[in-house]
Each structure stands twice: as structure tokens, then as C-alpha cells.
Design a protein around this ligand. Sequence first.
Ligand SMILES: NC(=O)c1ccc[n+]([C@@H]2O[C@H](COP(=O)([O-])OP(=O)(O)OC[C@H]3O[C@@H](n4cnc5c(N)ncnc54)[C@H](OP(=O)(O)O)[C@@H]3O)[C@@H](O)[C@H]2O)c1
Length: 390
Amino acid sequence: MQEVPTPELGPGEALVAVMASAINYNTVWTSIFEPLPTFTFLKRYGKVSELTRRHDLPYHVVGSDAAGVVLRVGPGVTKWKPGDEVVAHCLSVELEDAAGHDDTMLDPQQRIWGFETNFGGLAEMALVKANQLMPKPRHLSWEEAACPGLVNSTAYRQLVSHHGAQMKQGDTVLIWGASGGLGSYATQFALNGGAQPVCVVSSPEKAELCRRMGAELIIDRAGEGYRFWKDEQTQDTREWRRFGERVRELTGGEDPDIVFEHPGRETFGVSTYVARRGGTIVTCASTSGFMHQYDNRYLWMNLKRIVGSHFANYREAWQANRLVARGAIHPTLSKAYSLEQTGQAAYEVHRNAHQGKVGVLCLAPGEGLGVRDAQLRAKHEREINRFRGE
Ligand SMILES: NC(=O)c1ccc[n+]([C@@H]2O[C@H](COP(=O)([O-])OP(=O)(O)OC[C@H]3O[C@@H](n4cnc5c(N)ncnc54)[C@H](OP(=O)(O)O)[C@@H]3O)[C@@H](O)[C@H]2O)c1
């Protein structure tokens, strides 16, 4: 750990004492300097104004999730005050341009806090814009409250929002990595919304986690040995068909209305193939490679759509957090590390050796602290702990 000066507080900003944070895949990207060193983002942001210049530093405090307590607020902040218990979502926008005033994700100065900006959540103190703040779900501990933020908001926009796939009851939704960060929330949204998730995972343990969430249709891609690529250049369309037949076998002959995509290159061809006629492939990432290849005949002849999605606007993040606060969506925390062990925690996620979400205790001296509504917690204790093992 390294000590760095506390940044000056600007208008519309807040300083938060971070009790807990979580690992997201963007911290993996930062740590391996792929696809770009994140110092490039800080340099670019630093050029926007006198205030943003504070972010362009020779160190990067990373992390895009936080649960904590507001310490101080800057000029113009009226909705939050010192002592408020909060979680922070990671959308940073300037909103000086007209383009972002319909959907803030369209602001030309849209950035992911703690990835494309400095002073993120994997620290004892974080600097946020006040419009990143949301009430901390009162029935959760600090580390449980910190872990849904980024992935829950992203999955909400990608799957539920009218900006994403607009899932409706009865839809069949194919979810890659269904027990992972994004997937464990997508699976819950599908089940809550009356849809039928087809969960893809890579081990019997991960399949069991999907069952605990209430999913019944599960494909173990490792166990069933799918190899969608014959070599670096050539996809195996017979494997697409085998996978599609397996989906139909599980669903009683139906193809997915929605494919929840994020693995990217390795799966995008089969995702485009298996979506039903008129269906939607909604993508927010490319973990296995961003140069996708798919057979366009399956897309246009069958009137499918590919929709790009990225994080969420404040309202979408608020709605997603509200569902957590009401006990309708549950954290999928499997393990919590100390701040000193953050490197190891990110490495686990990089190796895909984790389940659900991996938390990080920052100022919280131990796990299980910060619960304010014991009654609501007691009602959902089992669901809250389902990624914790027996
Ligand atoms: N645009 C955004 O706003 C946004 C937001 C959040 C995340 N992301 C991105 O989305 C990706 C996933 O994030 P996450 O938090 O869900 O990560 P995660 O916790 O690592 O989960 C991803 C899951 O995807 C599955 N997977 C990985 N590689 C795969 C492959 N080649 N083929 C099939 N399945 C594969 C794995 O599940 P199994 O091994 O069980 O199949 C893994 O658990 C990352 O690239 C991240 O940067 C983007």
C-alpha cells in the first residue's frame, strides 16, 4: 500500500471514507496494462479543465465500487452530507455538452470512475462526484453492499433497460458466465422478471451456484467440451449447431430471445447463431478478444439485432441499487480480501478462479459490519450468503 495526498474537493464532489470495495474486471485490465495503460486515460482526462488536471498523476488509485461514509462535500452539494452511508456507482460525467442530457451515458465526457479517472474505491478514501452516490442497502454489511454496484448496474441496463435488451416476462435469455460478476446479476434479473435463463458456466460448482439462484437450465461448457474455434482463424460451425441443439433440448425447442454477451471473440459467433429469429444479442465486453467474427447471414436473414451496452446512467444504477436495497436482488459475494491483498484478489479474478464477486475490506476492520436493518437481513440471510458456500 502507498500513502498519497488527499485530493482537493471540487464543486459537486464528495470525499468518501471507503469501508469496502470490490474487484471488477477493469482492475484486471489496469493491472495488466491491457488494452491500454490507464495512465493514458488520466492524461486525457487531465486536459479537460483545471479541476480534472488533479487526476493526471504518476499513480492511479483504481477501483470502481465503494461502500462507505460521506466525509465532506464540495460546494453546491445539497443531497448528501457528512455521515451519510452510501454506495458509489462508477459513472463520471461532466454534462456540459447537450449530447448527454437525454441519456448521460452519451455524454462525450463519460468516464468510468476508478478506471478512466483517479481516486477510485480500492483505497481508504475516494473522491466521487456527488451524483455517483446512492443510499447503502441497510440490511447488508459493508463488503456485501460494495460488491453489486458496477456489475449490477451494467447487467440492469444491458438486460432490463429500454437502452438495452428490454427483457420481458417469458423471454428465454442465454447468459454466458452466469455465476460470474455480470452473469450472477443477469441471472437474478432474468428470474425476477419472469424470464427463463439458460445459464452457461464452466464447472459443476458454478452450475450449483446457478441452481441456488433458482435457475434450472444450465450448460457446463467445459464439461460438455465445446470448442467453437478449430484454430485461431476458423470457427467450428458444427460446434455452434451442437450448442444450439443443447439449448433447444433444455428449453423444449426454443431459441434465446436474448443472448447476454461479454466473453467476445470466443463466443460471439455462436451467440449470433443461436439467438432466435428477431432476437437480440446484447454485448458489453470482449474478455477473450475484441475483434469479433460472426456469420452475418444468420443476423440479417433472421432479422436479429446486435446492441452495444456500457455501464448505466445514474437512474439505471439507482434502480438497480434500489432492487438490492429492497432485497429483490442479492449480492453475490464469495470472498473478501484485505486492502493489502488487492493484487491477489485481482489475480483470482484474472485466472477465473473466483465465484460471483470478490470483495475488499478497506477501512472496515472485519467482515459483517455495517448492518442497520437486521429484520430485512434475517428475511434474506440465505440468499445473501448463497455464494459463500455451505
Ligand atoms: N461495459 C461495461 O460497462 C462492463 C461492465 C462490467 C464488466 N464488463 C466486462 O465484462 C467482462 C466480464 O466481467 P465480469 O465482471 O462478469 O467478469 P467475471 O466475474 O470474470 O465473469 C465472467 C465470466 O465469463 C465467463 N467467461 C470468461 N471467458 C469466457 C470464454 N472465453 N467463453 C465463455 N465464457 C467465458 C466465465 O464463466 P465460466 O468460466 O463459468 O463460463 C467468467 O466467470 C469483462 O471483460 C469486464 O471488463 C464490462
